[in-house]
Design a protein around this ligand. Structure first.
Ligand code: SAH
Ligand code: SF4
Length: 315
């Protein structure tokens, strides 16, 4: 939308508005499309900071928008490209809503006849629960029946496991779906992979999830990034099953998406071998867990999970 398109206004007024105001505080500064149909947009914010958002299509043609909540991320997970950038700043609610609008427009296509967004996931750059006030404001706008009107059930927030944020969400909403990036259920291993564990230890995280579930009554997704040779052993599956006991969860396995320069204990990270991921998945299922595998999308444009923030040159 632009002032120029508001043809019910006199032309001189439109030109005047255009010269003095801007409808968006963010602009799309790059667009990349993967052969698999995934589109990555780079947004340049008012102060020049850059974040990325991704539009994914599933087999049925439904579209999911993956949105960023922060520029960079302070959590420093060793396997994540965004984490390696460090933290720049929180996004404000307008910058979050505008990503939604830009991605919605991308889904609609030039003739505006494409599909509406089926889902929105906060799995882009940053830790959403460390920007909850602005995120709440943005979600209020995105879900307002008199506004953009997206159902809360179609929105998923993914967190590295910020206990205070999970409790805040349970007490004060909004009632969106919750996904927790567990990745390892052994305290020492998780602490090494995800430093956030030190201040948010697993037993307390589990308590917070249990009380969230009691209040919200919804199934929680536990995400696990599979790192070849690191967290895919039978004992890792056992620890994960142990953590899940008593919670209503589905486990979502995400084979690690390569991002350059990331290593663990002096060795470069690697993707899990297909048989390794398969065995891990089977071991979880054998232990009674519901397991899903995330489809890999947007790998060629570094638009897959954990690859955002690649400082590639603008096309
Ligand atoms: N900060 C939030 C949301 C953004 S990260 C969180 O950590 O949950 C979104 C998802 O991408 C998380 O589940 C994270 O574990 C996963 N991820 C990070 N780096 C990845 C990589 N290189 N390959 C695959 N998944 C990755
Ligand atoms: Fe931040 Fe999530 Fe990446 Fe961890 S996985 S560094 S929390 S964006």
């Amino acid at each position: 939308m632009s002032f120029g398109e508001m043809t019910d206004l006199p032309r001189t007024l439109r030109e005047d508005l255009d010269s003095r105001f801007s409808l968006y505080s963010t602009g799309v500064s790059a667009r990349q499309e993967d052969p698999d149909g995934t589109v990555k947009l780079r947004f340049t914010l008012g102060d020049g900071a850059k974040v990325e958002g991704v539009l994914l299509s599933d087999g049925d043609g439904r579209r999911t928008a993956c949105i960023s909540s922060q520029a960079g991320c302070a959590m420093g997970c060793v396997f994540c490209k965004t984490g390696s950038l460090g933290f720049l700043r929180n996004l404000n609610s307008a910058e979050i809503v505008e990503q939604f609008l830009h991605l919605r427009r991308e889904a609609a296509g030039p003739d505006r006849e494409g599909p509406e967004l089926a889902n929105v996931v906060f799995m882009g750059m940053g830790e959403p629960l460390l920007n909850l006030p602005e995120l709440r404001r943005a979600l209020g706008i995105i879900t307002d029946p008199g506004g953009l009107g997206l159902s809360k059930r179609r929105i998923t927030l993914s967190t590295a496991g910020i206990i205070r944020g999970i409790r805040d969400l349970a007490d004060n909403g909004p009632e969106v779906r919750l996904a927790v990036s567990l990745t390892a259920a052994d305290e020492a291993l998780r602490r090494a992979l995800m430093p956030v564990t030190a201040a948010n230890p697993l037993p307390r995280l589990k308590e917070a999830l249990a009380s969230y579930q009691e209040k919200a009554g919804r199934r929680i997704t536990l995400e696990a990034v599979l790192l070849g040779g690191i967290n895919t052993r039978p004992r890792d599956a056992a620890a994960l099953a142990d953590f899940a006991r008593g919670l209503d969860v589905a486990v979502n396995l995400i084979p690690w998406n390569p991002a350059e320069g990331l290593s663990f204990e002096g060795r470069p990270l690697r993707e899990p071998a297909p048989a390794e991921a398969e065995a891990f998945s089977r071991e979880l299922a054998r232990r009674g867990l519901t397991v899903t595998r995330r489809l890999r999308k947007g790998l060629k444009i570094s638009g897959a999970c954990g690859q955002l923030g690649e400082l590639s040159v603008d096309p």
